[in-house]
Design a protein around this ligand. Structure first.
Ligand SMILES: *Cc1c(COP(=O)(O)O)cnc(C)c1O
Length: 393
């Protein structure tokens, strides 16, 4: 089978809601991918952040293999050994909260919106202050929470009760609070929004504000979580704790799993009958999540992400002095944005031709998020390709 043959089946039978590169991948290992035509690619944006440990990490693969032969699914009316075990890992490595498992980031956000509304319901509070330029997923409530009209156009009426204020503007949040406000929802680093990092003043100020005004602080760590930024969770850079945190993407090392982590004080909000999911927290995906935790913790991959991120940043900053097309470099750990003075679309396309996968978001921001297991030699290789492209841009 070739890339082209695979594409033909898609065109005939799959809903065309994605923009496509015309490449079909058939195998992956670490930071490397192979397509149906036998080409090999270096992946600096593995699975939009899902493959945090790279492709097919052997520890994750063997956990999935073992689990697939034991038990694939039981309903959430029964227990199985792995859901509680993964919840314990998440809880103990964050703020000691309780976990609800979903199947995706958007569903974790949905759960957090329902939790906040249920919590504020007796007092008639339901408004959530979210950020401009944010991204929280594509379900109707998540897209309503998202602060970008391009994702909302054509889907009105949106879910009501969301206000959007500029990111990193504490005064803006304060001014938006009304008697109906129940929560503040924010990404510690806006990912899809172009790798904008929250300032210390902002997140610490939000924590104080939420305490003073009795609001829930909900941190969306779907993209920033699991070691990506140099700490297990990005909020840990800031000396604060959220009331609610959402996770997904790299939590399962490649299988679909999301989670909402909730402070213990909110343990009586989502009681039986209020919220549920059929697939959430099943044996297969939670086993995978346990393997992911094990690999990150034993391999000290968060610290590694910080080191590799510094190396990546230094090299990019040297490039920025040479190539005027680079406007600014932002990020933390292995979550890096390179803002250009022009569109990045052609650069991404040219990198792809030279067998390097990167992403471009918000038209001008190259997003580079290599696997936490990336080696310095692989970083060098990818950066040489990128530099070669910038040199002819
Ligand atoms: C990707 C993403 C989501 C949505 O996750 P899905 O699994 O695609 O539903 C939500 N929030 C953030 C910050 C994300 O990066």
């Amino acid at each position: 089978m070739t890339n082209k043959q695979v594409r033909q089946k898609y065109e005939a039978y799959v809903l065309p809601n994605y923009s496509k590169a015309g490449i079909a991948f058939v195998r992956g290992s670490g930071s490397w991918l192979w397509d149906a035509d036998g080409n090999k690619y270096l992946d600096f944006f593995p699975g939009w952040g899902v493959n945090g440990l790279g492709h097919c990490h052997p520890k994750v693969v063997s956990a999935i293999r073992d689990q697939a032969g034991k038990l694939l699914h039981v309903s959430n009316n029964y227990d199985h050994p792995w859901q509680g075990a993964l919840a314990e890992k998440i809880s103990k490595s964050s703020f000691g909260g309780l976990v609800f498992f979903s199947n995706s980031g958007a569903e974790a956000i949905e759960a957090s919106i329902k939790l906040a509304r249920k919590w504020g319901n007796n007092e008639g509070r339901y408004e959530i202050i979210a950020m401009k330029n944010s991204f929280h997923g594509r379900t109707l409530a998540a897209v309503s929470a998202t602060g970008q009209t391009k994702y909302q156009e054509g889907f009105t009426p949106l879910v009501e009760g969301f206000l959007h204020v500029p990111f990193n503007d504490l005064g803006g949040v304060e001014r938006a609070i009304t008697g109906k406000t129940v929560a503040v929802l924010v990404e510690p680093i806006q990912g899809e929004g172009g790798i904008h990092v929250a300032t210390k003043e902002f997140l610490q100020g939000l924590r104080k504000l939420c305490d003073q005004r009795r609001l829930l602080l909900i941190l969306d760590e779907v993209q920033t979580g699991m070691g990506r930024t140099g700490k297990m969770f990005c909020y840990q850079h800031y000396g604060i704790k959220p009331d609610v945190m959402t996770l997904a993407k790299s939590l399962g090392g490649g299988v679909p799993i999301g989670a909402m982590v909730v402070d213990q004080k909110l343990n009586n909000v989502l009681v039986p009958g209020t919220h549920a999911t059929t697939f959430g927290g099943g044996p297969l995906v939670t086993r995978a999540g346990l393997a992911v935790f094990d690999v990150i913790q034993k391999g000290k991959l968060a610290q590694r992400a910080a080191r590799m991120g510094n190396y990546l940043r230094k090299r990019l900053e040297r490039m920025a002095m040479k190539y005027l097309v680079i406007h600014e470099i932002r990020g933390k750990g292995l979550m890096v944005g390179v803002e250009l003075v022009q569109s990045g679309k052609e650069i991404v396309a040219e990198c792809l031709k030279r067998k390097l996968l990167i992403n471009c978001t918000q038209e001008k921001v190259l997003r580079i998020m290599p696997a936490l297991t990336v080696t310095p030699a692989e970083l060098d290789q990818g950066l040489e390709i990128l530099e070669g492209v910038l040199a002819v841009t």
